[in-house]
Each structure stands twice: as C-alpha cells, then as structure tokens.
Write a protein that binds this ligand. Structure first.
Ligand SMILES: *Cc1c(COP(=O)(O)O)cnc(C)c1O
Length: 378
C-alpha cells in the first residue's frame, strides 16, 4: 500500500480543497492520488458537500423499501450516464460489493458457475471478488475462496477465446488494469472479449471501479472502444469521496430474485452525493478536461524524464510511470521534497490518479518534481 506514509513519515492531513491537501503543519500538498481516485471533482467540492449536508440534515437514512427523492435522483443520473442498454442500476457501498453483485447476477442469469478473470487483475478483497483478484499475497492467506475461477493472461485475445466456454458465467476484467500496474491491453482486446462472451452466452463484466467516472477521458473507459459490457461496475469516484458503488446491468443479467441486497445500499446521503457528483461531472464535461490535461501531462513527461524512467503508460488522468529504482523511494522523495502525494502500483510503478479538475500548471509541477527525482531535463 502507500508504504512510506505509514511506516517512515506519517503525513497528518487536516483539510482538502480542489487538487490540494493540507497538513496539520500547514504544508500544501498536490494530491496526485486522490486517495485512489475517490475524488474526481477535487476535495470538498462545494456542490457535493452542499447536497450531502442538506440531505444529512433533512433525512439521513431510511431503508431502501421506502422511495426517497435522493435515491430516485441518483438512479436517474446513473441511468442517464450508463452505456446504452445498462439502465438497471444496482446501488451498493464499495467496489468489491459492486463486483460481488456482478458475479452473483451473472451466475444467477446463466445458471453456470465458472468465472474467467485476468492475471494482474484486481477486483476487491471480499471472498468472491478476491477469488478473481490475481495477486496471491491478497489471496493465499484466505484460501479456499470460491472455486471455479480461471485466470488468463491480460491482453491475450486467444487465451480468452480458449477459456471462455459454454460453462462460463462471467468474464471479469478491467479496461485498463489499475492496481496491476496501469496496463493497457492491445487494441481490439475489449471487442474480442465482447464477441467471445456473447458467443458463449457468458456475461462480460467490465470493472470500471478505477477507470470509471471520467478518469480516462471518457465517462467510462469502455467508451473508447465502443464496447458495451453486460455489467459495468464502478465505485471509488462515484460519490466524490463518500462510500458508494454501483453495478449497471443489462436486462438479461439484472437480478430478478431480489435476494441480493445490503441495508445501506442507496442511502439518501450517499445518493445525494452520487447525483451531485455525476451531474457536475457531466454538466461541466470534466472527462474532456481530464483527456486534455492527461494528454498534456503524458507528453510533457515523455519529453522531460530521464534514464531512471523505463516506461510511461496510461490514458487521461490515469498514468503509470515505471521507474528503475523502486516506486516507494520515488514516492517518498516526491512527498518529502516536493510536497506531491502519489501512489504505487506494484513495486516499480508510480501511479498518478489526480483529481480530474487538475490544470496544466499542476501538471507542470508534477513533471518538474519527477525530473528532479528521476533525472531528465525540464
Ligand atoms: C479499488 C478497486 C476495487 C475494489 O474497490 P473497493 O471499494 O476498495 O472495494 C475493485 N476493482 C478495481 C479495479 C479497483 O481499482
């Protein structure tokens, strides 16, 4: 995880505003992690704060069997934002829960049990989602998990075609792998996944927990490829920092048993925050802004950084910088010497997931700091 923050130098944060976080000692940090992409609109965004506060004061919580306006608005906003055909909105509280729902719905709709997942993929840490997560450090201590999961090499369409068969309930994968190192698959991979699952009668589940909500320059990363899954899951940035997740489902895979549920799903306060986040994101066309600033950042990085950088990859404001001397050392120097907070993705990749409202000057500051830490010329 963010190793150095916990182990070597605790940075105590007190306040956040836009792209900045402020320490108790007054230090201003540029947030390039957005705490794992959870604040796409920046910290303490006024419209989300106001919507949540107003709802908190009016009606904090009531069980989901009573219709309330806030939930209806969140559902409507998600329906409008969903890829065409995925208008069945199932609300929950986190990414792993959204994926649990997707896997259960796929099993129930197909009557099959096998799940195909990808190497280096990450889908969460509850028992079901964990079984589809690749990293054995996360899995091994908790075995046995749910059975019947087959892993295939990410980006390999032929391996996919072999693994997905008429016993497969679901294929689950990320459009761009986040935790696994910001890995972009070759062109045509999502289309191949779509075609293969359709032919096999299996559900295609795209995990957009990290890539969703505008991160890659479109609201959903699958939009770049013109591919629509059967279930799209998202969470992290969905309520700009409040705990929320959703599974957007096609008709055939939308659960009709109604036996999968969670008490807090679609609670009024979180629903108000989802509505405010999504409305702001769409009305202000934040994804397009993220695409522009992301392109600029990647171009400037490529032009400037030196020998210590092996590769730069990503899309929009989801950027991975593979470094030779170990991600945690680079992250420590960025934080302690340049007041820039970022994330690792594995041992060798520095991951940038800033709030999407970041501007070019912020991007320049990142490039300058990375050049100072990794060599190169600014
Ligand atoms: C973070 C993440 C999850 C898990 O989300 P939680 O809210 O931590 O349960 C699942 N999939 C992807 C791609 C993620 O990045």
């Amino acid at each position: 995880m963010s190793g150095f923050v916990h182990s070597e130098k605790p940075i105590r944060l007190e306040r956040g505003e836009g792209v900045h976080l402020y320490g108790e000692d007054g230090t201003q940090y540029l947030d390039c992690g957005a705490s794992y992409a959870c604040t796409p609109l920046g910290h303490s965004h006024p419209s989300v704060t106001e919507a949540a506060r107003e709802q908190l004061e009016r009606l904090t919580f009531v069980q989901a069997s009573y219709p309330v306006e806030a939930r209806e608005r969140a559902n409507a906003a998600l329906e409008a934002a969903a890829p065409e055909g995925l208008e069945n909105v199932w609300l929950c509280n986190s990414g792993t829960e959204a994926n649990e729902a997707a896997l259960k719905f796929a099993r129930s709709a197909t009557g099959r049990s096998k799940i195909v997942a990808t190497m280096q993929g990450f889908h969460g840490r509850t028992m079901g989602a964990l079984a589809t997560t690749w990293n054995s450090e996360y899995r091994d201590p908790y075995e046995p998990l749910i059975g019947d999961v087959e892993f295939v090499a990410y980006g390999d369409s032929e391996a996919l075609a072999d693994a997905v068969d008429d016993e497969t309930a679901a294929l689950i994968l990320e459009p761009i792998q986040g935790e696994g190192g910001i890995n972009r698959p070759p062109e045509g991979y999502l289309a191949a996944a779509r075609e293969r699952t359709e032919r096999a009668g299996a559900a295609l589940v795209l995990d957009e927990v990290q890539t969703g909500m505008g991160r890659t320059g479109k609201l959903w990363a699958c939009g770049h490829d013109g591919v629509t899954p059967d279930v799209l899951t998202t969470a992290k940035g969905l309520a700009n920092g409040l705990p929320a997740g959703t599974a957007l489902c096609a008709d055939w895979v939308a659960d009709d048993h109604g036996s999968h549920n969670a008490t807090f799903s679609g609670g009024p306060v979180v629903s108000a925050a989802i509505d405010a986040t999504l409305s702001t994101l769409v009305e202000e066309d934040v994804p397009t802004h993220a695409a522009e600033v992301g392109d600029y950042l990647e171009r400037e990085l490529r032009a400037a950084v030196g020998d210590d950088v092996r590769e730069i990859r990503g899309m929009g404001l989801m950027v991975g910088i593979e470094v030779k001397r170990g991600a945690n050392r680079v992250l420590r120097d960025l934080a302690l010497e340049h007041d820039i907070l970022a994330l690792p993705a594995g041992r060798s990749v520095v991951r940038l997931l800033p709030p999407l409202v970041m501007n070019r000057e912020d991007a320049d500051r990142i490039v300058e700091a990375l050049v100072a830490v990794c060599g190169g010329d600014s």
